[in-house]
Design a protein around this ligand. Sequence first.
Ligand SMILES: [Zn+2]
Length: 366
Amino acid sequence: MPQISFATNKRQFHIELNDRVKEYFKNTNQSQRGNTKLFFKAFFIYAVVIATYVALVFFQPWPLWVNLLLLTVFGTFLAFIGFNVMHDSCHGAFSNNSRVNDIFGYSMNFLGAECRFWKVKHNVLHHTYTNVDGVDDDIFKPPFLRMSPHQAYNRLHKYQSWYMLFLYGISTLFWVFFMDFTKYFTDKVYTTDLPKKTMKDHMSFWLTKLYYVGVYMVIPIIMVGFTKFLIGYLFFNFVMGNVMSVVFQLAHVVEGTTYADASETGVLKIEEDWAVYQLQTTYDFCPDNKFLTWALGGLNFQVEHHLFPKVSHVHYPEIRKIVKETARKYNVPHNEFNSFGEAVASHFRMMHSLGKREPVMAEVRS
Ligand SMILES: [Zn+2]
């Protein structure tokens, strides 16, 4: 893995921000982790997923429109498990009890992928080295997608803003059947070595894959037949992959974010404090939209999430006010899109621009 360092002489913003957030939790007498509302939300989302699965697999035939509706709800709510339960749990933010976090972290395995790999990919690489080429696996999708101006250009990229939704739509399949296996057999996430596998890790990986094939494929094939299964399986994965990918990409691959490169030299000195760098690479979107704030598990508050990943997403609307005030005081950017449409359009334009040999980069505020 490349050696990356952040400036250490500009920490005042970060120190004051940490102090103010700590003070907020002390004054309001709240835990930084999830609350009862979050547990009920997790229960509700799991209930919807199980109910739609049962309806789709065991109560056929339904009219076509009902099947499409059920599959859309199933795919969307699987993504909601990722956003609301798995993400908080894998960060240790779901509950005060670390065992509860570990158990709910297996929500990733419930979706078919290995949580151990995701914790390294996301918590360590993506969160520490956001948008850094050579480390952040989230923006490394060669040869089809170019998600940073530092990555090699090829002629396909010219069309990437047209075909990216198709690739997002198959991303969950790619994850379950290819990326997880690559990580398992190479013991690496992109350029970073994974810790040595224990017997428990081997068991977790293979049991997850066995469970996935059984529950998501074999049982539906037995109950509804192969053709119906295949159409339904591809359809809900398409929905799930797009919901997940678009929501994650809106935070970092939009106009005005910054990109660093450690892929060539293997050494990188970032001339900003880590917290300031997070603000330069990250956007919030629709902070006032109640439904998205509920459904996306705080992923529309990615600025706050990147600064305080161990704080549960239920607190981000309040934390945002503190971050904005402190950022203003230190003249540091706090980037956000007011509407979902604005954020999606910016992602499309950014991908279109990155599809050119010489991308036109919007000015990065600093
Ligand atoms: Zn995260």
